[in-house]
Design a protein around this ligand. Structure first.
Ligand SMILES: Cc1ncc(COP(=O)(O)O)c(C=O)c1O
Length: 471
């Protein structure tokens, strides 16, 4: 443990979780990562391709007799399970293709902590603020704000970015009402509760996009109070994109001048996609902040995110902290110093061209999945410029767990991330088609009607079948 041989140990590892899947615990052990694998007393069940079981672990006391598997055996089996399960990771927005983990693994020898303001050096050297600022500069350029005009930081994820953006809005407009569509991520409503803000939930259309008439009506009702609006660029479940330009126009038409509104853009998944297809996020527009999750489209083994705002706004949050010899305007105290390096490395390795290719491939693959499901007579919806394929909820919980799907009401979704191949999608569709034959075999049960949730034209239930559009 804590071995400085880490670099050597990682050198010979393969470059992706999927190629790691080809390795057995014994071959991993041979590679000296886990030398104490006890093959004889292997009490941990070998992983199948089903959902992973709870390991029922307890912390072991060194030196005491232990009848169970060794620490290394447990870890090797755990690693083996994870590498198997990568091929069934369809329901959540995590890019599992991070080829950099082996190169960057030696960094795990150090505790890197970016506590405080990224633009101010600490008195401790174990930070990565230089990498962090490079990443922030890259995003500032992407979202069209000058270096000397922006402020930002690498967060622990999209949720922290939302908490920060909405807090900025509240500090600028303390009387403001928070407006967020009902398809916004739950962290937005969490922020409203945490900050005890008045809020209005805006209805959405069937595709998950904000209903602008409802926004208008609610803005007019509350005209005496400023507006803090959460705009979602890619909703969590349906991947719908709220139209920032329509929202700005609505504010104007309702008589809200620029000093009476604040806009936070939650672009957790799509913030790294839309710039390459339809550049709607820009600080040239009167927006206050933009946030993304770094582990989503770009990919990072640890959760992380990026938050960018206007420099002129940040003084409202900044406090001098003598203990860290810095100024702090962030949400958390200690901040992960590894994630800025992973983000910097990924962005530098891929570049805008690489990201653009990923976006195109994912959009194509999402359309491919949608068509395959439609051809098989399964209810399905795919928003324009989205990689989230919404389908009828599979009847069997085991199937849902096996493919690690996220479900809401009678819907499930597959998020066609960069690591997802057509082969995985084909396997998913074939298995679903086979299973449906069993579930709906004798006519006692029927596929759910999802007409209200995804639109009648996308619903293949027995009632809507007549209108169902198949390619
Ligand atoms: C639109 C949206 N915002 C915020 C989040 C939260 O991001 P994180 O999980 O990185 O905290 C998500 C997560 O799925 C999301 O879809």
């Amino acid at each position: 443990m804590g071995s400085l041989l880490l670099e050597m140990d990682f050198e010979s590892l393969p470059m992706s979780p999927r190629s790691l899947a080809a390795m057995t615990p014994r071959s991993l052990a041979r590679r000296r990562l886990f030398p104490n694998v006890d093959n004889k007393k292997q009490k941990v069940a070998p992983p199948g391709d089903g959902p992973r079981k709870n390991l029922q672990l307890e912390v072991m006391e060194p030196g005491l007799k232990n009848d169970g598997p060794s620490l290394d055996t447990i870890l090797v089996n755990y690693l083996d399970t994870l590498t198997q399960r990568v091929n069934y990771h369809l329901g959540y927005p995590v890019n599992i293709c991070y080829d950099h983990y082996a190169t960057l693994a030696p960094l795990l020898q150090f505790h890197l902590n970016n506590c405080g303001d990224p633009f101010l050096q600490n008195t401790v050297d174990f930070h990565s603020k230089d990498f962090e600022v490079a990443v922030l500069d890259w995003f500032a350029k992407l979202w069209e704000i000058e270096k000397d005009q922006y402020w930002g930081y690498v967060t622990n994820g999209g949720t922290e970015g939302n908490l920060h953006g909405i807090l900025l809005g509240r500090e600028l407009l303390p009387e403001g009402i928070l407006y967020a569509s009902k398809d916004s991520h739950y962290s937005v409503f969490k922020a409203a509760r945490m900050y005890r803000m008045d809020s209005e939930t805006i209805n959405t259309s069937v595709n998950g996009e904000m209903n602008y008439s409802d926004l208008r009506a609610k803005l007019l009702q509350n005209k005496d109070k400023p507006a803090i609006i959460n705009v979602t660029i890619g909703t969590t479940f349906k991947g719908a994109i709220d139209d920032l330009d329509v929202i700005l126009e609505t504010l104007k038409e309702c008589g809200y001048s620029q000093d009476r509104f604040y806009i936070h853009c939650d672009a957790a998944l799509c913030g790294l996609m839309t710039p390459f297809i339809n550049n709607m996020i820009s600080f040239k527009k009167p927006i206050g902040s933009v946030t993304i999750s770094g582990h989503k489209f770009l990919g990072c083994p640890m959760p992380c995110g990026v938050q960018i705002t206007r420099k002129s706004y940040i003084n409202n949050l900044s406090t001098n902290v003598e203990y860290i010899a810095s100024v702090d305007a962030t949400i958390s105290g200690s901040r992960n110093g590894l994630t800025p390096i992973f983000l910097w490395y990924s962005l530098s390795a891929k570049g805008q061209v690489g990201l653009q290719k990923d976006v195109k491939r994912c959009l194509d693959n999402a359309k491919y999945l949608k068509n395959r499901l439609q051809q098989a007579g399964i209810s399905v919806m795919l928003n324009e410029l989205s990689i989230i394929v919404v389908l009828e909820r599979p009847r069997d919980h085991e199937f849902v767990r096996r493919w690690q799907l996220s479900c809401v009401k009678d819907m499930a979704h597959v998020i066609v991330m960069p690591g997802i191949t057509r082969e995985m999608l084909d396997n998913f569709v074939s298995e679903l088609v086979q299973q449906r034959k069993q579930w709906y075999r004798d006519g006692k049960a029927e596929a759910p009607c999802v007409g209200e949730d995804i639109g009648a034209q996308n619903c293949a239930c027995s009632y809507h079948k007549i209108d169902y559009i198949s390619p």
